[in-house]
Write a protein that binds this ligand. Structure first.
Ligand code: HEM
Length: 224
């Protein structure tokens, strides 16, 4: 059953998000997207009112720029580190580790916030309730107490579930395995078709208060 859409700007935004989600999910008919399932469940009373638009927004917003940023980061790093490209050539099983190591090396979301509920202590610091704190995943990912030679991009590391780029604890990234799958598909296809990737100019980073993200990455790809 088609769902009712709210009027006005919010409705328009939800239509755009739904279209994006359909493109993102692939060639499935509209009635079978994840978004439709949320809306149908909400209409049937299985989810609280207002849940469907908000979770759809969270998934699309949370999953777009972050994943693009992680993928462009991985491409940049492979192009700038031909020795690491060669490691993957020689050990194809390492393809699925490239993305996580790229996320460790350059965390797309470089700042994440929390707000304390009550007075508490964190790492020896007394915090009052309702205090906003930020943590910097990129700094944790290069912490020399945790990582051996942290400033080296090394696709032989097993960093998944250790680096902090998907956050931590109960609100850690719900879409991390979707992002890993998308990146792995892209990289597998790339290695199939391309024998060498080289920088063809400097990457251009967007100025953004929460994301480290490249909006222009000139690369030269040598076909096989
Ligand atoms: C490389 C790709 C991605 C990165 C770097 C990333 C990063 C993050 C980070 C840092 C958080 C906050 C964790 C925290 O507060 O501790 C987060 C949460 C979240 N992410 Fe991702 N994300 C990525 C991909 C995705 C994808 C593909 C989706 C959706 C399909 C997604 C959906 C979400 C949602 C819904 C949350 C909120 C979870 C909650 O509050 O419980 N993310 N992500």
């Amino acid at each position: 059953m088609p769902r009712e859409r709210p009027d006005g700007a919010k409705g328009a935004q939800e239509r755009v998000l739904k279209d994006v989600l359909e493109l993102h999910v692939g060639a499935q008919p509209a009635t079978e997207t994840g978004a439709d399932q949320f809306f149908q469940a909400e209409a049937a009373g299985d989810l609280p009112k207002g849940f469907a638009p908000s979770v759809t927004r969270a998934l699309v917003r949370g999953g777009m720029d972050t994943t693009m940023s992680g993928m462009t980061g991985a491409l940049r790093l492979l192009a700038q580190h031909p020795d690491q490209w060669q490691v993957v050539e020689d050990n194809p099983a390492r393809i699925r580790f490239v993305f996580d190591e790229a996320l460790r090396y350059e965390a797309p979301t470089h700042i994440v916030y929390r707000t304390t509920i009550d007075d508490c202590e964190l790492s020896g610091y007394a915090l009052k309730g309702d205090t906003k704190i930020a943590y910097l995943p990129g700094a944790a990912n290069r912490d020399p107490r945790k990582w051996d030679d942290p400033d080296r991009f090394d696709v032989m590391r097993d960093t998944a579930n250790v680096h902090m780029s998907f956050g931590a604890d109960r609100h850690n990234c719900i879409g991390q395995n979707v992002a890993r799958m998308e990146a792995e598909v892209m990289l597998r296809e790339l290695f199939k078709r391309v024998k060498r990737l080289e920088p063809a100019g400097d990457p251009h980073y967007l100025i953004h208060n929460q994301l480290i993200t490249i909006d222009r990455l000139p690369l030269r790809a040598m076909p096989r």
